[in-house]
Design a protein around this ligand. Structure first.
Ligand code: ADP
Ligand code: MG
Length: 712
């Protein structure tokens, strides 16, 4: 008889209520199923037994057979330690415990053969092993064991309470005994065949008790594939269901606005990438489904004009459009840029931010609701409930990183739904949504985190751009750097000098900024030189005033904190100096650098640092000086910071993988996504008999939050 995998862990022989409680609390193991899915972190070779006289100083993970001769308690600075003398026929060593001494003393037998396992230290002229893993030799020889000893995730508390790795291993064995090691297959026969995957039962057995390296590797592959496959299946299905369920506003035609802009006012030839992306967007807008698209493109790749032309499609079909940016400065800049184009086309456009005056707000609210206003640009202020559109057809969010999913969904309810139709309970039709990212996201990460969105990529920079030259300079080279700045200003260029501003040390950072500003002012005196300064403690109006002076070219140097990080566009600025560059993250450095190189002139980025650099800082600086490609930089960033940090906690659910690794297993991820896609293309409802296992497993997904709870 096989046990039900939903059986509470308490019922497993050898567990009992106390251990069950600990397993629940420490590892989240509630059922047999949870236990079976507790995958080892790593494996150790336990085929080799050492003699004590063979031990090397600071050997790692050593296994010795011997007997405990005596125990001794030794007082130390705080509390005491328990020391056992352990002997084999070649010599003796010490076993040491700093915690759990009572339990150890009572449970271990003297003069009885044990196998000890752990890390050795060389201490006071003797070998010792702190907190060894012990097992009676007799049990050791009788147990289900393989050359590769699995090491399970654990916690200090579990170890202290006697649930050592060996104990976990033992209860795992018991679980295989009680279930006969037979588990329901969760993938289709075709997948097993085409991907050459081993069966579920074989994979689970060999992940816990690997018979050999090859089987272990195949088990790991199968389980990683399965984990990624079901995540991708879920994401793609979400996208499909979304498209079939969520009606989109019909943008049937390309009309006057778009055509007139395209033929008469296009400021430059679009790149092929821009054209391709516009086609993808056009296709979405023309389909009957709501668009939910992510637009990725490196800094300066020209996302803005794509956004604008998409808005024109909305206007051509009689709808309104809005563009939401994360900061006031950015939204002002977008507004000014778009205003110029809108004037040529006779389109009404307004700006709404936190600092908009009440009177202009009132006018915006009014004209939005009666439909006179066609385009609204602004900050989060647009998301407020008071802001109601007559018929919002397209909402664009720039610089997605700073926007949460919640905010994205707020925009949904600003469609024509907000009008009378909605109050009468009619169907609501959400606006089409286009999300633009500031920084490229590595492909594997994008597939996981945004796997339910359609993705467009602008992978080509406008022609004629000169690559920005990036160098790393130490603080002591400052005079040279100043000389260089002077020459550039002489040529009519403008300069950014950026200081870090990191919340915890705000005061210090502020002082650094002010000191820097003073020293620059001394070297670049008025009236010959004019300097702007912008930082977080200034009022919005003052910031804007200073920004405007720089944009108009009235000042040559802009000293700022990272408020200028995203999106600011001053084509005449050709030098970006980043102070304390070691304190910035890679994507931030890349964003900052993207502020220059926007005009025709050769541009430069100078990374200033002190002499003391961590190895991560060095990697970041080297990456910056070696490449300008945002996608390459994103890959390095992912390796340095890990996926959770890169994408923020919000998405950690999807990134919380049991066995697969989003960085190392990118290839498996791509295969798994392709398989999921192919299956859904031929059988979107998973109703073919051969997809039974997949459908069943997928259905379980809605019941349990943790992916492995439905996979078994
Ligand atoms: P980002 O993708 O970073 O938002 P922008 O849309 O701000 O980039 O564009 C960066 C600069 O490149 C702007 O000055 C814009 O006018 C210019 N630009 C965009 N597309 C092209 C193109 N196809 N040809 C020439 N210049 C372009
Ligand atoms: Mg932009």
């Amino acid at each position: 008889m096989t046990s039900n995998l939903q059986t509470p862990i308490d019922y497993l022989k050898g567990v009992g209520p106390n251990r069950a409680e600990l397993l629940r609390k420490e590892l989240g193991i509630h059922t047999y199923q949870d236990l079976i899915n507790l995958f080892p972190n790593r494996y150790l070779d336990r085929t080799k037994y050492f003699k004590i006289n063979e031990l090397q100083r600071n050997d790692a993970d050593i296994q010795v057979i011997g007997k405990i001769i005596k125990f001794e308690e030794i007082a130390q600075a705080r509390g005491k330690r328990l020391v056992a003398t352990f002997q084999d026929e070649t010599g003796s060593m010490e076993l040491v415990w700093f915690r759990g001494q009572k339990w150890i003393r009572e449970s271990l037998k003297l003069q009885t053969p044990y196998v000890i396992f752990g890390k050795t230290n060389w201490f006071n002229g003797k070998f010792s092993m702190p907190h060894p893993d012990l097992e009676l030799l007799e049990e050791h020889q009788g147990s289900l064991r393989s050359a590769m000893q699995p090491i399970y995730p654990s916690t200090e508390k579990l170890n202290n309470r006697g649930i050592t790795n060996r104990v976990v291993n033992k209860i795992m064995q018991q679980l295989f005994v009680e279930t006969s090691g037979r588990f329901v297959e969760t993938l289709s026969p075709e997948l097993l065949e085409s991907q050459k995957l081993i069966s579920k039962s074989d994979a689970l057995f060999n992940i816990h008790f690997p018979k050999n390296q090859e089987l272990l590797a195949r088990s790991q592959y199968r389980l990683k594939f399965e984990e990624l496959f079901y995540i991708q299946l879920q994401l793609i299905l979400k996208n499909l269901i979304h498209k079939s369920k969520i009606k989109g506003l019909p943008f049937d035609k390309v009309g006057n606005y778009f055509n007139s802009f395209y033929t008469d006012h296009l400021p430059f030839e679009l790149t092929n990438a821009q054209k391709r992306v516009l086609k993808e967007i056009r296709q979405d807008l023309g389909s009957k489904a709501q668009m939910n698209r992510l637009l990725q493109g490196d800094v300066g790749s020209g996302k803005t004009i794509v956004a604008f032309m998409s808005m024109l499609m909305a206007l051509d079909n009689g709808f309104q459009a809005c563009l939401v940016a994360p900061t006031e400065i950015l939204s002002v800049q977008h507004y000014n840029g778009l205003l110029e184009w809108c004037n040529k086309l006779n389109i009404s456009i307004k700006l709404l931010t936190g600092s908009s005056k009440t009177s202009s707000r009132r006018e915006i609210h009014e004209t939005l609701e009666n439909g006179e206003l066609q385009i609204l640009v602004g900050t989060h202020a647009i998301l407020e409930d008071k802001v109601k559109f007559k018929n919002l057809g397209l909402a664009i969010i720039d610089e997605q990183h700073r926007f949460g999913v919640e905010q994205r969904s707020k925009l949904w309810h600003k469609g024509p739904s907000q009008s009378e139709q909605n109050t009468q309970g009619k169907n609501t039709i959400p606006p089409h949504i286009l999300v633009m990212t500031a920084t490229p996201i590595p492909r594997t990460l994008a597939m996981s985190v945004y796997g339910d969105l359609d993705i467009s990529v602008i992978d080509e920079l406008p022609p004629g751009r000169q690559a920005i030259k990036t160098v790393h300079r130490y603080d002591k080279n400052r005079l040279d750097v100043f000389r260089f700045i002077r020459d550039e200003i002489e040529k009519g260029r403008q300069i950014y000098v950026v200081y870090p501003l990191i919340q915890e040390s705000e005061k210090m950072d502020y002082k650094d900024l002010m000191d820097g500003y003073e020293s620059i002012s001394r070297d670049f005196p008025q009236p010959k030189y004019q300097i702007s300064i912008v930082h977080g403690q200034m009022k919005a109006v003052d910031k804007d005033f200073e920004m405007q002076r720089f944009i108009k070219g009235e000042t040559q140097i802009m000293v700022a904190t990272t408020v200028i990080e995203v999106g600011v566009n001053v084509p005449n600025a050709s030098v970006m100096i980043i102070e304390s560059a070691e304190r910035f993250g890679l994507s931030q450095l890349h964003q900052l650098r993207g502020r220059v190189g926007r005009g025709a002139e050769q541009s430069y980025c100078i990374l200033m640092t002190s002499h003391k650099l961590s190895s991560d800082s060095k990697t970041r600086l080297e990456t910056m000086t070696h490449t300008n490609d945002g996608f390459d930089i994103a890959e390095v960033d992912l390796k340095l910071r890990g996926p959770g940090d890169l994408m923020g906690k919000q998405q950690s659910g999807i990134l919380n993988l049991r066995i697969a690794d989003i960085i190392k297993d990118g290839d498996i991820l791509k295969t798994a996504r392709a398989c999921a896609k192919q299956i859904l293309e031929t059988d979107p409802t998973l109703s073919k008999p051969s997809h039974n296992a997949i459908l069943f497993t997928y259905k379980q997904m809605s019941k349990y939050r943790n992916i492995w709870n439905y996979i078994s």
